[in-house]
Design a protein around this ligand. Structure first.
Ligand code: 13P
Length: 255
């Protein structure tokens, strides 16, 4: 499986800024076969960036979607609207959506269902808060988030679904999880997914997210069970983002 480098821009970059950023990445990243690069801009930039990615090996992701197909949901965006922009992925269950916007596990589940049904790939984020880790609850929290999100959904496999382990305490804090913590969490997630989905769970990529930067990306991509990254802050900076893609690519070449 190709390693994945996804940039979650969150609420950053105007359309013009996003377009020039993506053009610059396209010019700089010459080895386009080694890693799968996914841009996840805000909704407002999806249309313009989709046009840039036509016939390119880069992919487009949205940061959210509503689970209903259409209707009276002021301010929301539907999966068919995203599909019409050739969006390949949708980030779901991000801790910022869960904590700041109160999205429940069931709500996330409904979104996953809708996205899968329309042939788009969800990137489901799970992760524990600092107090949960400190009180030894990490495994329980991850298990619960997975169970709630996947409950009753069939047909999930490594070709249509991605997971991202994003410990909340590592997001935007500079406190990256250690390689040992990441390896341990990814191994647990892999086994939980195996228990829930059997063979279909085996090839689901598990990304790491939480203060990934140019200094830690090389060792983190080398860590057992890490299939790529979901990057926030460092995906906004052209030098950092391209350097991380190169580090991931170099890692594959080293084998
Ligand atoms: P940072 O890389 O800024 O810590 O953000 C991670 C994240 O939340 C990606 O979805």
């Amino acid at each position: 499986m190709k390693p994945i480098v996804a940039g979650n821009w969150k609420m950053n970059k105007t359309v013009d800024e996003g377009v020039s950023f993506v053009n610059e990445v396209k010019n700089r990243i010459l080895d386009k076969d080694s890693a799968e690069v996914i841009f996840c801009p805000p909704f407002t930039s999806l249309f313009s960036i989709a046009n840039l990615l036509d016939n390119s090996p880069f992919y487009l992701g949205a940061q959210n979607v509503h689970h209903e197909i259409q209707g009276a949901y002021t301010g929301e965006v539907s999966i068919q609207m995203l599909k019409s922009l050739s969006v390949d992925y949708v980030i779901l269950g991000h801790s910022e959506r869960r904590t700041i916007f109160g999205e429940s596990g069931e709500f996330v589940r409904d979104k996953i269902n809708t996205v899968l049904n329309q042939g788009i790939k969800p990137i489901l984020c799970i992760g524990e808060a600092l107090d949960e880790r400190r009180s030894g609850q990490t495994e329980k929290v991850l298990q619960k988030q997975l169970e709630q999100s996947l409950n009753g959904i069939s047909g999930i496999n490594g070709d249509n679904f991605l997971l991202a382990y994003e410990p909340i305490w590592a997001i935007g804090t500079g406190n990256t999880a250690t390689e040992v913590q990441v390896a341990e969490a990814h191994a647990k997630i892999r086994s939980m997914v195996g228990n829930m989905l059997g063979k279909n769970g085996q090839n689901i990529p598990i990304l790491y997210g939480g203060s990934v930067n140019v200094d830690n990306a090389g060792s983190l991509i080398d860590t057992n069970g890490v299939d790529g990254f979901l990057i926030g802050g460092a995906s906004l900076d052209i030098e950092s983002f391209c350097k991380i893609i190169e580090l991931v690519t170099d890692n594959i070449k080293r084998g």
